[in-house]
Structures are given as C-alpha cells and as structure tokens.
Design a protein around this ligand. Sequence first.
Ligand code: NAD
Length: 261
Amino acid sequence: MSPSLAGQVAIVTGGASGLGRGIVEGFIKAGAEVVIADVNDKLGQDLAHSCGPRAHYSHADVANADNVSTLILETTERLGGLDVMVNNAGISTRMHRSFLEDDLADFSKVMAVNLFGVMLGTRESARYMSTHGGGAIINIASIGGLQAGGGVMTYRASKAAVIHFSKSVATELGPKGISVNCIAPGGIPTPILASSVQGLGLSEEAVDKFVDKTRTRMRNDRPLPHEGTPEDVAEAALYLAASPGTTGAVLTVDGGTSATA
Ligand SMILES: NC(=O)c1ccc[n+]([C@@H]2O[C@H](COP(=O)([O-])OP(=O)(O)OC[C@H]3O[C@@H](n4cnc5c(N)ncnc54)[C@H](O)[C@@H]3O)[C@@H](O)[C@H]2O)c1
C-alpha cells in the first residue's frame, strides 16, 4: 500500500510533463495538495485542471533565484506550509557522436537548470522547512549521474553533481529534521528523449526513429521485463516523501540497468 500524504503540501518542479507529471498525479492520489511549478504554462495549467482542486499551477523557472523564492513564499502563504519539495525539472544536453565534436554551447543552460535549479530549490525549501518542523526534499538525478558513458556528457556531469550535492547537504539538514534524497531513474520514455536531438536538423521521421531505437535499447538494458514509467518514479517519490529513516540515499528506478554495469 502506498503511503498517505493527506494534509501535506508538496511542490513538484517540472511537474507539467513526463516524470514530474507522474509524481504530481501520484501525490494527488495520495491525498496531498500539490503545486506544479513549471515554465510550460499551458501544460501545467491543463494538468492542474485535470487533477482537481488540490492541484495548483505556478509559473517558476528553477534557474531563477527570484522565481524560486517567490514560489516557496506563495506556496506557504496560500497552502499553509511545505512538507515535500521535489526538484525534478531538468533538460537534456544535445546528443553528440564524439566529445571532440561537442561545442559545449548548451553547458551553461544545462548546468543552470539541472544543478543550480536543484540547489536553489533545496536551499529555499530548506530555509522554510528548517523553521517549520522539517520536511522531505527529493532531487531527481539519473543513472547517467552514476554510470559513465558517451553522448550526453554535460548531462551526465550535471546529474553526478546533483547526487554529490544532495548527499552533502543531507548531512547539514538531517539535524534540522529535513531529509534529502535522490531518485536516479533509468531511461523512461518522455518528451526529454526527443529533445536531445532537437536542433540537429533531423526530419520528424528521423527523430521518431531515434526515439524508437532508444526505447528498444532502454528496454533491452533492463533485467526486469518492464518498460519504465513515470508511475514507477512516483512510487519511489512517495516512499521518500514519507520515510522517516532515509536521507542521503540514491534510489535507482531503472529496472536493474545500473546493476548490470
Ligand atoms: N525520462 C528519462 O528517461 C529520465 C531518466 C533519468 C532522469 N530523468 C530526469 O527526470 C526529470 C524529468 O524529466 P522528464 O523525462 O520528465 O522530461 P520532460 O521534458 O518530459 O519534463 C521536464 C519538465 O521540466 C520543465 N522545465 C524545463 N526547464 C525548466 C525550468 N527552467 N524551470 C521549470 N521547469 C522547467 C519542462 O517544461 C517540462 O515540463 C529531469 O530532471 C530528467 O533529467 C529523466
């Protein structure tokens, strides 16, 4: 049975799509009030509408310090608290064949969203939680932050940094009653897959072919015969949101992919 989050307030950054959307829906089912924080206003508002009165949308760019502090302030004033912060928003690096060909043009953007965004979300939520009875912070990393490999090296580096940051800050925040844990998903089909080849001048057909090939590879890499879903990640987030004894952990949700490396 999944834990109950009845009466709790949660924020999910990047909650309008993909894994964030799955976490929002899982938290709503578990009884929480949930703020979907995203830059895609249309998707975020539509999701809030479809989830019912306990779902709220707030525009927030996680890489913007003012946006993040306003998000925390408005959430706590409007909903009366903040118990769970899920720093999920993330973007992919553009795929390259060889690092020698990588112009690193997206380095600053990827680090700003994937790492700085997680650090801002952690700091601002922990500033509130540390004076209001504690809470749970869940940072969405990736098995790309645990396993080496080619193709998207800036992305891998950003996720490795998220893991190291989360473990480090967990040691400071534990005594204040705040847990900080990471989820490291394996490959799960969401819009982020196609975004890694955007801007490479590929036809729509070639992008679809890339996504199909990647999905097949991701399925074949998993010992468990189950294609990963956003719901899998939502289950892990529910566990970490309600677990009183876990901090500084990295929970892989990858069907065993990283166990084979
Ligand atoms: N899908 C996978 O295979 C996979 C695997 C491992 C880790 N992850 C991680 O999971 C997280 C979610 O990815 P996803 O697959 O759901 O991707 P997605 O593209 O479907 O969703 C990402 C969401 O983040 C939002 N976003 C982007 N930049 C933002 C910003 N600056 N501020 C606020 N919101 C922003 C987007 O609008 C979108 O709604 C990311 O951190 C990603 O790195 C995904």
